[in-house]
Design a protein around this ligand. Structure first.
Ligand SMILES: *Cc1c(COP(=O)(O)O)cnc(C)c1O
Length: 226
């Protein structure tokens, strides 16, 4: 069997097993297959299995790779999981269905204006998440923990963006569990349903802590050369 399909099936089975083990609802966790650096050849086997949810961290790479694929596979839901610059917003809105990395007022405003001013775009077609810097890392983007509720309220008041949840990337050297729990608590405080957390090494733990989206790259596609 194709190794990518084999890995994918194993990860899906693990997620469903963790849902059971941690008393989560069956199928309540979505697998975001992170295809960054991988080509359409690696992705196609998953598309043929009807997997629809993918993640990319770079706008231009995603645009080039996914615009052609989206013509033939109409149900694809593509998630942006990397930082978004203002000058890439229009391109991002063409190819992405969910932007998980809303991390400042300026970008939320820019996205709002772009959707509003483009007749072809519709607020209802997009989903957004707020990225939270749970580890207070200076080099990492994301809203500070103490500002999350206010930032969410601001987004609701000042934009038409459909903010569905929160996302975090825990510090590399720390045990992720406390970060997952923090994100879960913050989402509860905001009354938001979606929590994007957990990657190849820790997605089972994330399921335990309430993840609704786990972002798995190398666990499916293999190690990345870049
Ligand atoms: C690359 C990436 C992932 C996937 O990481 P793996 O360890 O390969 O599963 C998840 N989330 C973000 C934000 C990423 O950039």
């Amino acid at each position: 069997m194709n190794p990518i399909i084999k890995n994918y099936n194993k990860i899906l089975t693990d997620i469903r097993t963790s849902e059971k083990l941690f008393l989560r609802k069956h199928n309540s966790v979505k697998l975001v297959a992170v295809s960054k650096t991988f080509s359409d050849k690696d992705i196609k086997p998953l598309l043929e299995l009807d997997h629809v949810c993918f993640g990319e961290n770079r706008v231009q790479e995603a645009y080039k790779k996914w615009m052609p694929l989206k013509i033939n596979f109409k149900n694809i839901k593509l998630h942006l999981i990397g930082p978004l610059q203002s000058n890439k917003v229009n391109q991002a809105l063409e190819v992405f269905d969910c932007i998980q990395t809303i991390d400042r007022q300026k970008i939320a405003t820019k996205i709002n204006e772009s959707i509003k001013s483009n007749e072809l775009l519709d607020f209802k077609k997009f989903e957004f998440m707020i990225q939270v810097n749970t580890g207070s890392e200076p080099q990492k983007s994301g809203i500070k923990v103490c500002d999350v509720l206010d930032f969410y309220k601001w987004c609701k008041k000042e934009t038409n963006l459909n903010i569905s949840g929160l996302m975090c990337i825990p510090p590399f050297n720390e045990s992720p569990e406390e970060h997952f729990e923090l994100l879960n608590d913050l989402a509860n405080q905001c009354n938001l349903n979606q929590r994007s957390m957990g990657m190849s090494k820790d997605f089972n733990l994330a399921v335990k802590c309430g993840a609704t989206h786990v972002r798995v790259g190398s666990g499916i596609f293999g190690s990345r050369s870049t």
